[in-house]
Design a protein around this ligand. Structure first.
Ligand code: MRU
Length: 350
């Protein structure tokens, strides 16, 4: 299953808003449609929106080449697309990382003419996609070793194939443990308000035949107390230099519960999620989404009109609650400030 594909004229995305009822694809003909798809969460998940943005940039440049615009104009089109795509969702750093990588590639091929620039950007975007799958496979390998046969594993939101270019991060760990023959049982938090757990993670588990139980978010403590959960693994949207982790709203609550019950709490994320420019999680911008996501479901009101609503899409789990961060470069343990800089410092700056 490919979450996102780039064809000669289209960026083709699984429309995640329609799952699990239908597996349909959204075909974007213009980078503005890609930006809208990211905003509306037709495509979502930190690495997936990075790949979608990279493909949107290729589309912008391809259209400039087709219009035979001079190179300076082509660069202007690229910049306009980059600004539009960057303004969609603020929290996941993978989006900005992918745009920066594409911008650096453009800089390196300027002066070579439209066709060469387009070729180079398309190759770069396809590498971003392929590298993401490869990183997820490595995350899976490292993470699966932490999980013992017979364990119950809880996850929050969807950090699966759908949220990435393929295989998934937190679900990559779960997939790899299952593929290695371990008998595990996954507890899937439904993940209010948009139900990424119920709609997407549960769907991926059913597709793959991985034994799983869907629970509402407020049941996690109960199952931990009853000894059903031995391990927690979640994804991340941004990891600050000190190891604080932004992820889907409710992740912090799960981390606190895990600490209370002495359950290991791991975060699985690729290099593209680490943001050493931010010292702590307090610096991570948290997206506030529409109140209607909380007050209605499926077009039906579930709250009275006139009620004030808060809808932060993410929260920050302090580093002290994180047992370890499973990355494509191995598992990072505290002290995170030292160990994240050691693993990602030089490469990030290169
Ligand atoms: O708002 P979403 O659905 O884009 O949030 C997704 C998450 O919080 C994921 O856990 C995170 O992006 C990691 S995906 C590998």
């Amino acid at each position: 299953m490919e979450t996102i594909t780039l064809t000669e004229s289209l960026v083709r995305l699984i429309d995640q808003r329609k799952l699990p009822a239908e597996l349909t694809y959204l075909e974007c003909e213009h980078y503005r449609e890609v930006a809208q798809a990211i905003k509306d969460m037709a495509v979502r998940g930190a690495p997936a929106i990075g790949v979608a943005a990279a493909f949107g940039l290729v589309q912008a440049v391809r259209q400039a080449v087709q219009r035979e615009l001079p190179e300076a104009e082509l660069v202007r089109c690229f910049q306009e697309a980059a600004d539009t795509l960057a303004a969609t969702r603020p929290t996941a750093v993978n989006l900005f990382w992918a745009i920066e990588r594409m911008t650096a590639k453009l800089r390196s091929v300027r002066g070579k003419g439209g066709d060469r620039i387009l070729k180079a950007l398309e190759a770069e975007a396809r590498s971003i996609q392929a590298e993401d799958v490869a990183m997820n496979r490595r995350i899976g390998e490292y993470g699966a070793r932490l999980i013992k046969d017979g364990w119950g594993v809880l996850t929050h939101c969807n950090a699966g194939a759908l949220a990435t270019a393929g295989y998934g991060t937190a679900l990559g760990v779960i997939r790899a443990a299952h593929e290695s023959g371990k008998s595990i049982h996954v507890y899937v938090d439904e993940t209010r308000p948009l139900l990424q757990g119920a709609r997407l993670t549960a769907w991926e588990m059913v597709q793959e035949g991985i034994p799983a139980t869907l629970i509402t978010d407020n049941m996690a403590g109960h199952f931990m107390q009853r000894g059903k959960i031995n391990f927690v693994v979640v994804g991340a949207d941004r990891i600050a230099a000190n190891g604080d982790v932004a992820n889907k709203i409710g992740t912090y609550t799960v981390a606190v519960l895990a600490r209370e019950h002495g359950i290991p709490f791991y975060v699985a994320a690729p290099s593209s999620t680490v943001d050493l420019k931010l010292k702590t999680g307090a610096d991570i911008p948290i997206e506030e989404r529409s109140p209607s996501e909380v007050t209605a479901w499926g077009g039906k009101a579930v709250a009275p009109e006139g009620i004030a609503v808060a809808n932060p899409a993410f929260d920050v789990t302090p580093a002290r609650l994180v047992t370890g961060i499973i990355t494509d470069r191995g598992i990072i343990y505290p002290p995170y400030d030292v160990n994240l800089a050691r693993a990602f410092g030089a490469a990030k700056e290169a």
